[in-house]
Ligand binder design. Structure first.
Ligand SMILES: NC(=O)c1ccc[n+]([C@@H]2O[C@H](COP(=O)([O-])OP(=O)(O)OC[C@H]3O[C@@H](n4cnc5c(N)ncnc54)[C@H](O)[C@@H]3O)[C@@H](O)[C@H]2O)c1
Length: 335
């Protein structure tokens, strides 16, 4: 029997919300040979060194807009699998649209060029931000009308089309999902419109109250981080022939409004107050997105199946882990 090729994986944007949880998961996989995590600067490098201890991990500094550096890191490490996560998210993207376009567009172009040149199987994260006001809001189908109104959404839509172009014209094995808002207790989110759904848990535990920047009825699709990590690894492990969509797959888990999240936190037995002070930019972005997605194509093609599809379960898990984490930090400060 032929020996299975060990994976030599490159992850860009590795110190971000998703990367910092993906890296330990990749290092733990038996078939991983090395993980080369690339970060933007020394501060991110130190952060990643502190949270991940593994002999398989090496950390490099890379601005993904630099094509030559990107190429050298892939070539020198003989990379055969890549997760391209570096990017500027929705809220930050509206603050600095030029930077968002530069990083999101040129970074992906460079990633795809490296993938083409060295035949690297590649994952790239699209987003529900690629949808727009004319996209059907409920159970959004896989191929709806898409006319995004944010710079981030435009970049994601263009990215999806570019991925398909590289798959069709150069046979690049690119795999992608449209992530909804992601909730996690380990790393703070990096400037997206759904960040409120993480910050609310910190404020609930530390202050017993939260000021929500979105209207109480704003329904958005969301996902708990363990499902996001599982989805990325599952789509990358799937046989090449099973990946029929080379733009990006819809994947869903839960959807809720701020008011429903408020109730779920109150139902955990905590005293908790929520007030609403609408942030116009965030509300405009959220209103242009969808409420829930139809992810049947991902389920059929590569077996997408989220474990956390009930808000109360996510809420309980977040409060449990975050309170442990915050108490630990308090002890470190005291001693
Ligand atoms: N977190 C979410 O809710 C969510 C939802 C949908 C899609 N996504 C997508 O998933 C991917 C990862 O998201 P995340 O939540 O980890 O984001 P994040 O903002 O937490 O992390 C992104 C990382 O990219 C880095 N970066 C920025 N500019 C860079 C550059 N020029 N070169 C190299 N690195 C650079 C940042 O320093 C940061 O560490 C992104 O493509 C994002 O659009 C995330």
């Amino acid at each position: 029997m032929a020996e299975k090729t060990l994976e030599r994986i490159l992850v860009t944007g590795a110190a971000g919300q998703i990367g910092s949880e993906l890296i330990p998961a990749l290092c733990e996989k038996e078939d991983t040979d090395i993980v080369v995590a690339t970060v933007l600067n020394d501060k991110e490098k130190k952060y990643l060194e502190d949270i991940v201890k593994s002999d398989k991990l090496s950390i490099e500094i890379l601005d993904v807009r630099n094509k030559d550096d990107f190429d050298s890191i892939a070539k020198e490490n003989d990379i055969n699998g890549m997760y391209h996560l570096a990017g500027i998210l929705s809220a930050k993207g509206e603050e600095n649209p030029y930077l968002a376009c530069d990083v999101n567009v040129n970074g992906l172009l460079n990633a795809l060029e490296v993938a083409r040149k060295y035949k690297i199987k590649t994952f790239w994260a699209s987003s529900i931000a690629a949808f727009g006001p004319d996209t059907p809001k409920e159970k959004t189908p896989q191929n709806p009308p898409m006319h995004p109104t944010t710079m981030y959404g435009l970049n994601k839509l263009w990215g999806e089309q570019l991925c398909e172009y590289y798959a069709k014209n150069y046979d690049v094995d690119i795999r992608s999902v449209r992530f909804p808002g992601i909730i996690s207790y380990k790393t703070l989110p990096g400037g997206g419109t759904t960040d409120y759904a993480v910050q609310i848990f910190y404020d609930a535990l530390k202050k017993g109250e939260f000021t929500c920047p979105l209207d109480k009825n704003t329904r958005l699709p969301m996902m708990y981080m363990p499902d996001a990590i599982k989805g990325m690894i599952d789509i990358m492990n799937a046989p090449k022939g099973s990946i029929k969509v080379r733009t990006s797959y819809n994947i869903g888990a839960v959807d809720f409004t701020p008011e429903e999240l408020e109730s779920a936190i109150k139902n955990s037995g905590r005293s908790f107050k929520m007030k609403y002070e609408i942030n116009k930019t965030l509300q405009r972005i959220a209103d242009s997105w969808v409420d829930s997605v139809d992810d049947s194509k991902a389920r059929e093609d590569w077996g997408w199946n989220p474990e956390y599809d009930i808000l109360a379960t996510i809420c309980y898990d977040m409060l449990y882990h975050l309170s442990k984490k915050l108490h630990l930090e308090e002890r470190i400060i005291k001693y």
